[in-house]
Design a protein around this ligand. Structure first.
Ligand code: FES
Length: 99
């Protein structure tokens, strides 16, 4: 079994431990942090923007390149349902909806 990786959500300061490869939408759900996710993780609504403050996640996906996202997607702003955790990570849900 792979060692678990910490994902810390700011500004809430909540950390959850996940297996490598878990996506950030799933991590947020485990942390009890609401993320706007109209398509329920299908990569099509473009609402689940999350800022990667620190750490390594999987590269930008084709879905992210094609979706009309509600944020400017790039290396630091990702769709939570498409970014998979690869190292200890610190993130912030991009929309005020989450506060
Ligand atoms: S939940 Fe819809 S794109 Fe991520």
């Amino acid at each position: 079994m792979s060692p678990l990786i910490p994902v810390r959500f700011e500004p809430q300061g909540i950390t959850v431990m996940v297996s490598p490869g878990v996506d950030l939408l799933e991590a947020a759900r485990r942390a009890g942090i609401p993320v706007d996710s109209v398509c329920n993780g299908q990569g099509v609504c473009g609402e689940c923007c999350i800022e990667i403050i620190e750490g390594v996640v999987s590269p930008l996906t084709l879905d992210e390149e094609e979706v009309e996202a509600s944020c400017e997607l790039g290396q630091n702003l990702r769709l939570a349902c498409r970014a998979r955790v690869l190292s200890a990570t610190r993130v912030r849900v991009a929309h005020p909806f989450a506060s």
